[in-house]
Design a protein around this ligand. Sequence first.
Ligand code: GLN
Length: 441
Amino acid sequence: VQNKLDALAANTHHTVNSLLPDYALERAAQVDAKISNGEPIGILEGIPFGIKDVYMLQGTYTTASSKLLQNYKSAYTATAIQKLLDAGAIPVVKENCDSFGHGSSSENTIFGAVNNARNPELVGGGSSGGSAVNVALGYTVFSIGGDTGGSIRQPAGYNGVYGLKPTYGRISRYGLMAYASSTDCVGPIAKSVEDIRLVLNVMSGKDVKDQTSYDATEISKESIQDTKAVKSVGYFKNFIDSEAINPKIKADFLKVVDTLKENHIEVKALDFFDSETLVSTYYTLAMAETASNLSRLDGTNYGNRIEAESLKESYAVTRSENFSEESKRRIVGGNQVLSQGFSDAIYLKGLALRDAIANNFEEDFKAVDIILSPVTPNTPPKIGDSLKDPLAMYLSDAYTVGFSLGQLPTLTVPQGPETGLQITAAKTKDTLVLQFANTLK
Ligand code: GLN
């Protein structure tokens, strides 16, 4: 634990928002005592891990990488984090990310842009960039990210590690700062499928504090060794034939498809919605939900309040001064699509498209066990580049957001230096995703 804390303190990749030395060392001493007394130990006993800075851990700073909550300390602990503590794991760091999860590069943060683990001139990816880079560089054994539209999978792909977005509801969202509640998911980033399985099992299950959570059966070590479970795999033709895809990513993906065929797995090319439809549906709903979720941050109950002549003025100044450009763009956009005169044409259309996307997945999974895709059409951009063009950044999410709208379980497995491979199964079939990841190895 001390070694990890020292390495994190010295790291130059901007992965750290705050370190938890007192907390971690006290728990480490408790573990030592347990072991020397011969007491039973938990499944993750003594393992140092990182937490994206959007999860509550009582008494520690939870800033969401924002100026608004720069001095905010959690009043309680998130359910998923509490379960990890109960299993013996030791949190060492709150990790840098895009503010409130708004972004795909971990540049939208007051703590400095996160540098890519392989090449520090490139972005770490986002929004859970600090978490993926910490795992890749060995600063944490695993980290807990958050994924609303790709924020675990994309940085995992950019940094060459595994990252799982489980089925929506498999892990309680209680204590995760809400971005877009209908697709927000808690998930692990780690260096192996087996570590993902262990951490997933610990965090899963119904929680009375999150009515969308459900009880999931534990995934056994043996079950994910069944490399014959997957018989058919589909991929979206339009993703791979798109003009926007990097040629190397396309070539690598088609090689994987050939290998599957050689191994007698049936491969089917499927039709899907185009990138523009997926991205605009996702951003319409995500902006609407974030405008609503973040309306509570007016400086009254928490956050850096700025006083003004009137209460209304104080709300306005507090929010204008403390939200980032990107967060303000989303709040304004979200309020617009929800407002009278626009909501029928935009928001309701977004909801209808989401249903159509979900139905499309249901049909697909009658024909195939797994859908395979690159995580992104592009390689990680240089730091500074994506901030110049927000629309291009939104479009780079084209391959991840559809699976979020479908609330499906989906895993990034590392592949080459460009991006990762994304393995997706039908709702609640998280086991199948891990089985197929082992088949690919
Ligand atoms: N890049 C996407 C967005 O900005 C996804 C972010 C996330 O999953 N938190 O909305």
